[in-house]
Design a protein around this ligand. Structure first.
Ligand SMILES: [Zn+2]
Length: 226
């Protein structure tokens, strides 16, 4: 028989893994605004040559986006990270090694966050640097540490699952169907060949612009909230 405590623990685990709830600190999955503005976010890079190709697309449409980068990738591809920064996009911290940060000792958590923060600061990124947990996993220890560091935990409310899509059209359609004012869209420039995401981005931007949407970095988007 399942105990009440067991049931509660299971319920909390499920709750902690949904994107909209967090026990401590500030969690952002969207901005509360009626303005037609959204943030495109790209995870798991920098990842040449795809990140640079994506930057060229964003540049063509004069759109600023937010890149949640992995510290190890920044160490390996510093020039690409620098390019993101130099072109005026926002850089966020997506941990150092992209391991799931659940049941993680405090020291390891501090290292995962701190080492990537230091790499980004060396590139000239100003604090506070937003954080996004790998896989969006957050239970108790991570949110507590983020709140102590006064970091906003940024997740998303539109996930077209570009990492498993086989057709850019599916990604574009999902975003167009789910987008609303203040949305934060999850995409990936890291994790192998990201041509599909680049293609989807190039199709999406003009379609969203035609609907009256403008694009902001996550910080700019969150600053619109009262
Ligand atoms: Zn990730």
């Amino acid at each position: 028989m399942i105990s009440v405590a067991g049931l509660l623990a299971f319920g909390f685990k499920k709750l902690a893994e949904t994107s909209k709830f967090q026990l401590f600190g500030t969690l952002a999955t969207q901005a509360k605004t009626s303005e037609k503005v959204i943030a495109l976010t790209y995870d798991d890079g920098p990842n040449p040559p795809y990140t640079s190709q994506l930057l060229a697309v964003l540049n063509r449409f004069q759109v600023k986006a937010t890149f949640f980068v992995i510290g190890q990738q920044v160490e390996s591809h510093g020039e690409t990270a620098q390019q993101i920064q130099a072109q005026g996009h926002e850089l966020g911290n997506h941990s150092y090694s992209h391991r799931p940060l659940i049941m993680t000792p405090k020291r390891t958590l501090a290292h995962e966050i701190g080492r990537t923060d230091r790499l980004l600061q060396r590139l000239g990124v100003e604090t506070p640097i937003h954080f996004r947990a790998p896989f969006g996993y957050k239970r108790i220890r991570l949110p507590l540490m983020l709140s102590q560091l006064k970091k906003t935990h940024v997740l998303w409310n539109v996930d077209p699952r570009d990492y498993e899509a086989t057709d850019s059209h599916v990604v574009v359609t999902h975003v167009l169907e789910h987008v609303r004012p203040g949305a934060i869209v999850l995409l990936h420039d890291g994790g192998g060949d990201r041509s599909l995401t680049i293609e989807a981005t190039a199709q999406l931007i003009p379609k969203l612009q035609a609907q009256g949407y403008r694009f902001k970095t996550v910080s700019e988007l969150l600053a619109l909230q009262p």
